[in-house]
Ligand binder design. Structure first.
Ligand SMILES: [Zn+2]
Length: 240
């Protein structure tokens, strides 16, 4: 006759066995496949230490991204790529300072120090990135009167960068987002990825935020509500 402990053990085992195959593994390890892409957002000199819009500890994402990228056969990078005198620059709005906001025809715009001007060293991708297999670089924010945090849609919410079409054309279904900054370009990219129908993950330790006026907490809340999955780089299976 089974004693109480044996019964509990037996119940526990059958309860575990009743889970879908792979469910236990998936909780701790996510394996990117041919339908997965890593989006490396704006790892550019302007956003790194010494840059005009440096994100605190931004350089710490580089080794994390380099390591994680080895698990992906599909990698797309983005580059913030502004005209001189871009509408998002505080310097073109008289009396305005960086991190203040203004109302533009497409909505509220945070004003930034001049950054990532086309062709400048500040706009270059970090030389410490080591992702030779990256297959596409999407440049964004190149229309002078419209910003573009998201890699998918400009800040007017309707002008496409073409990225969703590219990914769908490549039969990509899962999007993993990393880079700078968590609360702006990473979050807007992740939210638009969800809107475009992709299963979406943000790799928290592969991102750093700017956090102005509560923006970081709001970004995580918005992403959670939209069904974006928040993971760590250690959750990604590195073995072949
Ligand atoms: Zn920008």
């Amino acid at each position: 006759m089974l004693d109480r402990r044996q019964i509990l053990t037996a119940l526990g085992t059958s309860a575990l066995a009743a889970l879908a195959p792979g469910a236990l593994l998936a909780a701790t390890s996510i394996k990117p496949d041919e339908t997965s892409v890593l989006l490396v957002i704006d790892v550019q000199n302007c956003f790194l230490p010494g840059g005009s819009l440096a994100v605190k500890d931004g350089e710490q994402v580089v080794p994390v991204i380099n390591k994680m990228a080895k698990a992906f056969s599909n990698v797309v990078m983005t580059q913030d790529w502004h005209t001189p005198g871009h509408v998002s620059f505080a310097s073109v709005h008289s009396g305005k300072k960086p991190f203040e906001t203004i109302d533009l025809p497409y909505g509220k715009q945070v004003l930034w120090p001049d950054h990532c001007v086309q062709g400048t060293d500040g706009a270059a991708l970090s030389k410490d990135l080591s992702i030779p297999q990256a297959e596409l670089i999407i440049r964004k924010g190149f229309h002078k009167d419209v910003d573009s945090y998201s890699a998918f849609l400009e800040a007017d919410g309707k002008t496409s960068t073409g990225l969703a079409g590219y990914l769908k054309g490549r039969k990509i279904k899962r999007v993993f987002v990393a880079g700078l900054a968590t609360d702006f370009c990473v979050a807007w990219t992740a939210l638009d990825a969800r809107k475009a129908g992709f299963e979406t993950y943000v790799v928290e330790d592969a991102c750093r935020g700017i956090d102005t006026q509560g923006s970081l907490a709001k970004a995580w809340a918005d992403m959670a509500k939209a069904g974006v999955k928040r993971i760590q780089s250690a959750d990604i299976a590195m073995s072949a």
